[in-house]
Design a protein around this ligand. Structure first.
Ligand SMILES: [Zn+2]
Ligand SMILES: [Zn+2]
Length: 334
């Protein structure tokens, strides 16, 4: 399945190019940055991880395709994660390009800029405690605070046209993986960011774990439906490889999560007693045994577990036990 290990900068036809930008030390391997031709200079979809090697790969890869990074007109970021937004600031510095992202992710960027190291650690520690994490799982690593991404110059909403002179690049709001995730439609092609990938499914978590004001997995499932309704467009994802028929893959991912929701509800019914988010995460199936997951991966698994619990709760399939700390969940009829 590691077909993506051999990716090279490519001309894809129709004034679209792709450049793989490595993500050092990450099993995903790289981010596919796309360059879209325009008379005012190319517009990039995503920019890659902020690291000197990644910068060289982006600059050199664009150069191989005859594109000078100093000519870039704008960078539209599918979402604020560092493997997508990381280098946007550096591209802007050398080219004067604008940076655009959805307003919901722009708000998160502002939030990250406003949190100092200590506030971030306190937030994480309290979040883990309320989810029932213990031992090493409850310890917040020293360098937990992400490097804040560059602040955008422009924000986008669902249906907006991106400033790509002479062409129609439409922003499609697909919340779930992040609240402001965007897919971008250009004719019969869809830049899918992390929303729809050909082999893996993106991380969908809820943070803090016990929030009741949002339902990221519910949003994600709706965003998959939204993409399905666009028809069998060719997907140009930010990781792995380009694939046909985004609608078919989106339907497959929806099915995967519906099955997971069903299994989780059945497990809670079988167990009877209320469980903490940590206990529930340990009970679920992951790509490795729970005991083999690092504290960081357990934290992400708990985020996924919490997102599934929140969706089941929002559908009225399970309940949150009131007045207990840490928070616990239980089947309705227990
Ligand atoms: Zn992401
Ligand atoms: Zn990504």
């Amino acid at each position: 399945m590691r077909r993506y290990a051999s990716q090279k900068p490519q001309e894809l036809g129709g004034g679209v190019w792709s450049v793989p930008v490595p993500i050092p030390g990450n099993p995903l391997g790289y981010t596919l940055v796309y360059a879209l031709e325009s008379p005012r200079g190319p517009v990039l979809v995503d920019a890659g991880w902020n690291h000197p090697d990644a910068w060289e790969a982006l600059r050199g890869g664009l150069g191989m395709l005859g594109i000078d990074v100093a000519d870039v007109h704008g960078v539209v970021v599918t979402h604020f994660h560092p493997d997508h937004a990381g280098l946007a600031g550096q591209v802007r510095e050398v080219s004067g390009a604008w940076i655009a992202m959805h307003e919901a992710d722009a708000a998160l960027v502002t939030l990250i800029h406003g949190l100092d190291e200590e506030a971030h650690r306190d937030f994480q520690a309290e979040m883990l405690r309320r989810a029932g994490a213990g031992g090493d799982d409850a310890r917040v690593p020293a360098s937990a605070r992400p490097v804040p991404p560059a602040r955008p110059d422009r924000t986008l909403r669902d249906g907006d046209l991106v400033d790509l002179p002479g062409r129609e690049l439409r922003a499609i709001h697909t919340p779930g993986h992040t609240p402001g995730h965007l897919c971008l439609q250009l004719g019969d092609r869809l830049f899918t960011g992390d929303h729809v990938l050909p082999d893996i499914t993106p991380h969908v978590g809820i943070y803090p774990y016990d929030r009741t004001d949002v339902d990221p997995l519910g949003d994600f499932l709706m965003s998959l439906e939204k993409v399905t309704s666009l028809g069998p467009l060719t997907a140009l994802p930010a990781h792995e490889w380009i694939f046909p028929d985004v609608a078919a893959r989106a339907a497959e991912i929806r099915h995967h999560h519906e099955e997971r929701l069903h299994t989780l509800a059945a497990q809670l019914t079988a167990h009877g007693e209320p469980l903490t988010i940590w206990e529930i995460a340990a009970m679920m199936t992951w790509n490795r045994a729970w005991d083999d997951l690092s504290p960081m991966l357990r934290g992400m698994a708990a985020g996924e577990a919490a997102a599934h619990l929140r969706t089941l709760e929002a559908r009225g399939a399970i309940r949150r036990v009131s007045g207990v700390d840490p928070v616990r969940f239980q089947a309705l009829d227990s």
